[in-house]
Design a protein around this ligand. Structure first.
Ligand code: FIX
Ligand code: ZN
Length: 449
């Protein structure tokens, strides 16, 4: 059985007498060693929707939040129990009660999102064999915890060393935190999110004006004026500096075309975003292939995936060879093409199995062919967590699949007598779990200008 809980890793099965640089002769030992190293190596999680405790209400944690996660509300509505209006009229605790009963008690939680909750509670010490199926028992256990203590506990249990947040200066709650001192926990790093700027210039222009940036007008033709673009650049520079952004990012629909003369997105990328990335030495992260609000009644759960025209990425890579692009795409149909595109452009680094692809079978498929096409030069996973405790299950499940895929690759080398050592494995995993990302950051710094 490939899937296993991280706590099952039994270092006792790893030959402790062998020197770390000695070739591993036995396949059984190779498998144990790969599994052990993948489970133990701390990870740098490059994209989440988590926040440090400084952000108070923005930091979501606890059993009720785990249950009302949008992946699970979508699954709940499939049971046809309550109408949208009835469900949304309840508070989070009422919604969590319904989700728990429908998806965890009346049927078994076998979906990726539902089984993830079970992994999280169990790995955090609340074993279902003790707490049973009584949601209030879990609530009582959570009531003993504080947000700060839970952040520590979860990061240690999940073995996550750094979490990159998603930071939107147009969000008034978040902005207030940044303006009064910002993030004080170095384990949380920032990324500047600019979806609204790129996709909805009319309302972005109003926001920019209210923040004191003199953009000429809300009409996209204002973007042909250098003075307006200069103000957008000032905004990006100010906020990247204020939050210490590691990169600038947006998620985009699949049908975005670039370049399209006269369109806001093209003018903003060419006239503001790319120049600021280059000036500050920051990568640009693009998440491509989302079709927002296909079913608005589902709220946050109402978004869909769509196949993307990857020509956007090809042309950006070609036009801006010094720009470091971090890319993930949402449609399964685009994955192979994206991996091939990354072979053509060394300034394109693929990351993660995003959203509907963050499932056991998709991670296995994608990690296999990405490794086959790109070796170790990509970032296998990010968590996209919205609720703190999900770090435990998302990384647990991903590590389990990644270790299986890697073992197969090393086993093939072994068959041809190219024996790997513990040090070799450790170096590869550290590269996957943070090294590649650091490399992209430093290449972006080098390409500054
Ligand atoms: O655009 C994004 O960053 C997406 O990850 C989110 O919008 C999405 O709701 C999500 O949580 C996916 O995991
Ligand atoms: Zn996300």
């Amino acid at each position: 059985m490939e899937r296993h809980a991280a706590s099952d890793a039994n270092p006792a099965n790893v030959n402790l007498l062998r020197q770390p640089d000695a070739p591993i002769e036995s396949l059984a030992e190779l498998e144990q060693t790969v599994r052990h190293i993948v489970l133990e190596t701390p990870v740098y999680d490059i994209h989440t929707h988590l926040y440090s405790a400084d952000f108070e209400e923005r930091l979501l944690w606890g059993i009720d939040q785990l249950l009302v996660y949008h992946y699970l509300t979508a699954e709940y509505f499939r049971q046809g129990e309550l109408s949208y209006d009835e469900f949304w009229a309840m508070d989070d605790a009422g919604r969590a009660d319904r989700v728990w009963k429908a998806l965890f008690v009346d049927r078994m939680p076998v979906s990726e999102a539902a089984s993830g909750v079970i992994t999280a509670i169990s790995r955090l010490g609340l074993s279902p064999s003790v707490y049973g199926r009584d949601l209030d028992a879990y609530r009582a256990a959570w009531a003993e915890k504080t947000a700060v203590a839970q952040v520590n506990d979860v990061l240690v249990t999940a073995k996550v060393k750094t979490v990159v947040m998603t930071n939107d200066p147009f969000d008034a709650v978040e902005r207030a935190v940044w303006l009064k001192g910002g993030c004080t926990d170095a384990r949380f790093q920032a990324a500047l999110r600019i979806d609204k700027l790129l996709l909805d210039w009319t309302s972005a222009a109003t926001e920019l004006q209210s923040l004191g940036y003199t953009v000429a007008a809300d009409d996209p033709s204002a973007l042909s004026q250098e003075a307006t673009l200069a103000e957008v650049r000032r905004f990006l520079r100010d906020w990247c500096g204020r939050i210490g952004a590691l990169y600038i990012m947006a998620s985009l629909p699949g049908d975005v075309q670039y370049p399209t003369p006269g369109e806001a997105l093209t003018m903003l990328l060419d006239g503001a975003v790319v120049p600021v990335c280059r000036e500050l030495g920051l990568p640009l992260a693009l998440m491509v292939g989302v079709r927002r609000q296909v079913n608005p009644a589902l709220r946050l759960a109402g978004d869909m995936s769509m196949q993307a025209d990857l020509g956007l990425l090809e042309r950006l890579c070609l036009r801006y060879p010094e720009l470091q692009l971090l890319v993930t795409v949402l449609a399964r149909e685009n994955q192979h093409e994206l991996a091939v595109l990354a072979r053509k452009f060394s300034n394109l680094t693929i990351f993660g199995c995003w959203w509907f692809l963050h499932t056991e079978s998709m991670i296995r498929e994608m990690t296999s062919f990405r490794t086959e096409l790109l070796g170790t030069s990509y970032i296998p996973q990010h968590s996209d967590c919205r609720v703190l405790e999900q770090l435990v299950n998302k990384w647990d499940h991903s590590r389990s699949v990644i270790s299986g895929v890697l073992y197969n690759k090393y086993a093939r080398l072994h068959q041809d007598r190219w024996l790997v050592s513990e040090n070799d494995i450790r170096r590869d995993i550290e590269h996957y779990f943070g090294g590649v990302f650091q490399q992209v950051l430093s290449r972006a710094k080098k390409g500054r200008g």
